[in-house]
Ligand binder design. Structure first.
Ligand code: HXC
Length: 509
């Protein structure tokens, strides 16, 4: 009986983490505790804990006197809507969630199991960084976690929740995961904090400005989404997991759906305005194509000229990449190319088919783009599409000009179905620009220029020249787009592509 009692007593002590006072301090910052977060993340009663009694081995600085059970991180596995996931959740109430040798070993243990068993890893980060008293042992622990992030990349989905401080080299573990979600006002990520920044560059900046959720979702694109509080962020991770396969050898999950595959959307026939320079909202098209209008957007706040995210068609996950004419006329620039390229590569790694919706006037011109390397960054998206072997269905709604036409999952990059709406214009550039170049001699004669422009429009401002050449498979009615793309993806479920052997490619980084 005594041993049973001892187990309960020890468990109770471990569950209390850093004690009632520190738990209250955590709550007063609007943050949940490590265990509360796991409870919300996983299905009720599904959590199985590992290593609850692990304690650190440090004997420097009097550390042997304080050896809390669990060592500042709660690890284990459970289910999200019945599907297996592995999780670690750093406990800020225990030595600031700092990473010791044993803390790192706990994380590595569940990462190894996730890789072996083929299930996602969800990391909840809330930590003061390397356990200062342990010195290099703590750095080594981080290094071991980093290596596993790399090994797991493309094998199982990795999702990071940033729910407190994440500073110094510690940021590099989340940075290598597939998705990073932050919580507004209570989380930050930076390589060097405000004090060091002040000393080195003389910039005065708060932690929030330097590395808060707003900075990383809008400016740096380090994070994929920001949420109001822990509860909302965790609920969104559950929703995201529902879209993803558990590992790279599994098809994405098929969910029950209640939307008619043959649904006709007559409003789409008038989505594209008569005036080619008028914008329209590409999100409207995405939600009208998706099962039940459900679009899970990734990086909503960054490079808004391109949209990325997940929808379902006939219950199966599809990744969507779409130019957004409402922002910068939907052109491709460095940020948009990077954002979409990473998304395309995620989809390809996890066997998620890609739907591309095209209305792109070209790449954004300018010295700032060229100096910052738009050539290399634009090439990332081109490369990502070209190497992707998952089913690829493309619909051109309006403009598909120049290099951007080729980049956006064209036939030439092994697009499987390349559809165009009757409103499409597939050309080297817009009619006005084209006329000014090929009829430079008539530049002083507005009448002649107008006629040349009209001639160019008549020839190229339509999908039929491309359709005659077979680089468009079919010109389709906008209203029937959902039906057409659902049938296309259904026909591609058994797609197989052989590629020549290579160790790995050399995507322009
Ligand atoms: C050991 C730590 C700790 C750490 C915090 N604590 N960080 N213990 N190692 N790195 C402990 C504190 O002593 C305190 O213990 C408790 O956690 C809570 O910390 P507070 O400072 O009271 O909390 P708060 O005021 O909220 O400040 C949080 C903080 C601050 C901003 C994170 O604690 C801080 O600046 N910590 C040090 C951060 C740091 O420099 N880390 C090393 C970064 S370099 P008690 O007992 O009082 O509750 C790094 C390299 C990784 O991480 C390299 C990987 C390759």
């Amino acid at each position: 009986m005594d041993v049973l009692q001892e187990l309960e007593t020890r468990r109770e002590a471990a569950r209390m983490g850093g004690g009632a006072k520190r738990i209250a301090a955590q709550h007063s910052k609007g943050k949940l505790t490590a265990r509360e977060r796991i409870e919300l993340l996983l299905d009720a009663d599904s959590f199985e804990e590992f290593d609850m009694f692990v304690a650190h081995r440090c004997t420097d600085f009097g550390m042997e006197k304080e050896r809390p059970a669990g060592d500042g991180v709660v690890t284990g596995w459970g289910t999200i809507n019945g599907r297996l996931v592995y999780v670690f959740s750093q406990d800020f109430t225990v030595m600031g969630g700092s990473v010791s040798e044993t803390h790192g070993q706990k994380i590595c243990k569940i990462m190894d199991m996730a890789i072996q068993n083929g299930a996602p890893i969800i990391g909840i980060n809330d930590s003061g960084g390397a356990r200062i008293q342990e010195g290099v042992a703590s750095l080594a622990a981080y290094g071991e976690v980093f290596q596993r992030n790399i090994t797991a990349s493309g094998v199982v989905p990795q999702i990071s929740l940033i729910m407190g401080p994440t500073a110094g080299g510690a940021v590099y573990s989340p940075a290598m995961t597939d998705f990073i979600f932050m919580v507004k006002d209570s989380s930050y990520m930076f390589v060097t904090g405000p004090d060091v920044v002040k000393t080195v560059t003389n910039e005065q900046v708060t932690a929030e400005e330097l590395g808060g959720a707003g900075t990383h979702t809008r400016k740096s694109s380090v994070a994929d989404a920001a949420f109001e509080n822990d509860v909302e962020a965790i609920a969104e991770v559950r929703r995201l997991i529902d879209f993803l396969p558990l590992h790279n050898r599994q098809k994405p999950p098929v969910r029950p759906f209640f939307d008619d595959v043959n649904r006709i959307e007559e409003s789409l026939d008038t989505l594209v305005p008569d005036n080619p320079n008028m914008p329209y909202d590409m999100k409207e098209l995405i939600t009208k194509l998706a099962d039940e209008g459900d679009f899970y957007e990734i990086q909503e706040e960054f490079a808004k000229n391109i949209l990325t995210g997940f929808i379902r068609l006939e219950g199966s996950t599809v990744g969507v990449v779409a130019n957004q004419p409402m922002v910068l006329a939907g052109c491709l620039d460095i940020d948009a190319s990077r954002k979409a390229a990473r998304f395309v590569r995620f989809c390809d790694a996890f066997d998620i088919p890609i739907l591309t919706l095209v209305d792109v006037p070209g790449f954004l011109p300018g010295t700032s783009q060229e100096y910052a390397g738009v050539i290399k960054h634009g090439a990332k998206l081109l490369f990502a599409y070209g190497e992707a072997t998952v089913p690829k269905v493309t619909v051109i709604t309006r403009k598909a000009y120049g290099g951007a036409y080729v980049v956006m999952s064209s036939k030439h990059l092994r697009g499987d179905f390349n559809y165009a709406w009757p409103t499409s214009e597939i050309a080297v550039m817009g009619a006005k620009g084209a006329t000014e170049i090929i009829h430079r001699a008539d530049a002083g004669d507005p009448e002649k220029i107008a006629k040349h422009t009209k001639d160019y429009e008549d020839r190229f401002a339509n999908p039929f020249v491309a359709a005659e050449k077979g680089v468009i498979d079919e010109v389709i009615m906008p209203q029937s787009t959902r039906k057409r793309i659902c049938r296309a993806f259904a026909s591609l479920r058994t797609k197989k592509v052989q590629t020549p052997w290579k160790k790995h490619d050399n995507i322009p980084l």
